[in-house]
Design a protein around this ligand. Structure first.
Ligand SMILES: Cc1cc2nc3c(=O)[nH]c(=O)nc-3n(C[C@H](O)[C@H](O)[C@H](O)COP(=O)(O)OP(=O)(O)OC[C@H]3O[C@@H](n4cnc5c(N)ncnc54)[C@H](O)[C@@H]3O)c2cc1C
Length: 546
């Protein structure tokens, strides 16, 4: 018998619920959601696995962890006072600075009294009779709530590689996501890093500064571009502060909510000389400009994409002395920008160090982890430390790790087996009163910009319901079908949807995630907002409100 059937059979009296809203997750999304729900006067609580706030910036303490977004574009914009008092120290803040910032936010708005740490949600079931959710923690504690709001992150379910023998290793080993709070020394150590995604690129560059011997195991190289980080002095911070309204407005106009907007021109509209000069300029500038501020067709036109890929390949060849290593570091199975571009601060030069070795595991696959290190098809390597920079079961992975049951016990994991189906990335049919912040099929991008919109939309819907005595909010089948089709259509013709990556739901280390799916909205944030605003303007008529 399903949870909801049991509840339907038992519940007689009007429900006395523990909370109006339970929010799962105390990252950028959850903190802001709590702030907004408090404003509505709701009894809300955050349940958070970790022992502190920050989400991504609480967990990922690996060496080199930092923003690829400009710090000042990542700031919350909802509080002028917060904007006035916070000084960013670096253009691209490191993990510690961002964690400090989010702790400051939690303290300033007195959020902690409604955050319950060390509380991993294991299951959540909808009860039709009471129009409420029962939320169960891993340790057995349970709470009832009218609304269940997930703010669990798109990159928060870490994955280990599927390699035999991981448990047998006798040295130190870490996954980058679960990096310890205590300092880790690499001096005189033989260190292995498995993975070469955005996290690995940051970690490898930092570890290489002090390591004894570093061996990098690479399956898929990525196209990396320079970050060009720098300190922010007092004068610059003053200028930034004075221009926050323009900064946020510019971010909101761009498809990914970044400060970098696509150039209106197409790649072939300019001469080769002009193109080269433009790319040189972008390569020398800080941040995602070369990815997000490039010619508007580099991610839709194969010819254009081949040209920019060739430009970046030439940069790699210039920077890596050994031509054989350089070729290994140049991606051959995808074009520039079709996967998330890692930004780097000397990554390629690391491979010029005599104490750094690159192992291409396509040539010599890892066979197993052994007590003393790693065995590949051609040799055994001895290590003191193995670092797994093997990323995340992205976007839906964190949902899959919670047993979420809707009407009649329907499992969300089953419902999304062939890919997510949502309404605006916020609601799911048969899962009434569950609302997602930054859920699948929402528009991603520079996070807080997208989060603030998403949370405000969710809060507006809850306010709408409260003001009308509505206690049940559900997406309709027609609404979900329409949105899912729209999300698919908006992804057509985009080269990154033709590539295996976390953005297309592929993770070779996770069973059942080998085929590409449309995981996120790729029509750009301004269009996404237009859709969501229209739903509000039309009185949420696509929703079933009772
Ligand atoms: C290394 C790294 C670098 C990044 N750099 C950038 C960047 O430069 N710019 C950018 O815009 N984005 C970046 N991101 C994306 C980043 O995830 C977002 O910017 C943002 O921090 C997400 O906030 P969130 O609150 O939505 O999710 P998260 O920060 O992931 O927080 C989710 C929280 O939910 C908790 N949680 C999950 N499941 C449960 C459960 N079952 N029970 C209880 N608690 C649970 C987790 O513990 C976590 O604290 C980066 C991500 C990573 C991993």
């Amino acid at each position: 018998m399903s949870a909801s059937q049991t509840a339907a059979g038992c519940a007689k009296a009007a429900p006395v619920l523990d909370f109006d809203a339970v929010i799962i997750g105390a990252g950028v999304s959850g903190l802001y959601q709590l702030y907004r729900l408090r404003e509505l006067g709701l009894r809300a609580r955050i349940l958070e696995t970790g022992s502190g706030v920050g989400g991504t910036w609480y967990w990922n303490r690996y060496p080199g962890a930092r923003f690829d977004s400009e710090s000042y574009t990542y700031a919350y914009s909802f509080s002028q006072e917060l904007l006035e008092e916070w000084n960013w120290a670096e253009r691209f803040a490191g993990q510690a600075e961002t964690e400090r910032y989010l702790n400051h936010v939690a303290d300033k708005f007195d959020l902690r009294r409604d955050i319950q740490f060390n509380s991993r949600v294991a299951a959540a079931s909808y009860y039709e009779e009471t129009r409420s959710w029962d939320v169960a923690l891993e340790d057995g504690r349970r709470y009832s709530t009218r609304f269940l709001i997930t703010a669990i992150g798109v990159l928060s379910a870490a994955t280990m590689p599927r390699i035999a023998g991981v448990e047998s290793f006798r040295g130190q080993s870490f996954h980058t996501h679960y990096w310890p709070k205590e300092p880790v020394s690499f001096e005189s150590k033989r260190v292995a890093v498995i993975g070469t995604g955005a996290t690995a690129v940051q970690a490898i560059t930092e570890i290489a500064k002090t390591v004894g011997q570093l061996t990098v195991f690479q399956r898929t190289p990525n196209w990396c571009a320079p970050l060009h980080n720098a300190k922010i002095g007092e004068d610059e911070m003053r200028r930034i502060r004075a221009s926050y309204p323009e900064i946020f407005a510019r971010c909101n106009e761009s498809p990914g909510c970044f400060i970098h907007k696509p150039d209106r021109r197409r790649t072939h509209e300019v001469s080769p000389e002009e193109r080269e000069a433009f790319w040189e300029k972008l390569y020398a500038e800080p941040g995602f400009g070369i990815w997000q501020g490039n010619f508007r067709d580099i991610l839709t036109d194969r010819g254009a994409n081949a040209l920019i890929s060739d430009f970046i390949a030439r940069k790699i060849r210039q920077r890596v002395k050994d031509p054989v290593i350089a070729e290994k570091l140049i991606p051959k199975n995808h074009g520039f920008g079709t996967r998330r571009v890692p930004l780097e601060s000397g990554y390629y030069e690391v491979y010029n160090q005599p104490n750094v070795k690159l192992v291409d595991i396509n040539e010599t696959p890892i066979e197993r982890i052994i007590p003393t290190g790693i065995r590949t098809s051609d040799t055994e390597y001895e290590f003191d430390m193995i670092i797994y920079a093997t990323g995340f079961d992205a976007i839906t992975g964190t949902f899959d790790r919670i047993d979420i049951r809707g009407i009649d016990g329907v499992s969300l994991k089953d419902r999304w087996k062939d890919g997510p189906q949502t309404y605006l990335g916020v609601l799911i049919e048969d899962f009434p009163n569950m609302l997602m912040v930054m859920g699948p099929h929402a528009a991603l991008g520079n996070f807080p910009r997208a989060v603030e919109y998403n949370v405000d939309w969710v809060t507006g819907l809850i306010r709408h319901a409260r003001d009308r005595g509505v206690t049940r909010i559900e997406a309709t089948a027609a609404g979900v079908a329409q949105w899912t089709d729209h999300v698919k259509a908006s992804g057509e013709g985009l080269l990154f949807n033709e590539i295996d990556s976390w953005m297309t739901g592929v993770n070779r280390n996770v069973e059942g995630k080998q085929t590409r799916k449309i995981m996120r909205y790729s029509g750009g944030h301004p269009t996404f907002r237009e859709h969501c605003d229209a739903v509000v303007a039309e009185g949420y008529r696509e929703l079933a409100l009772v």
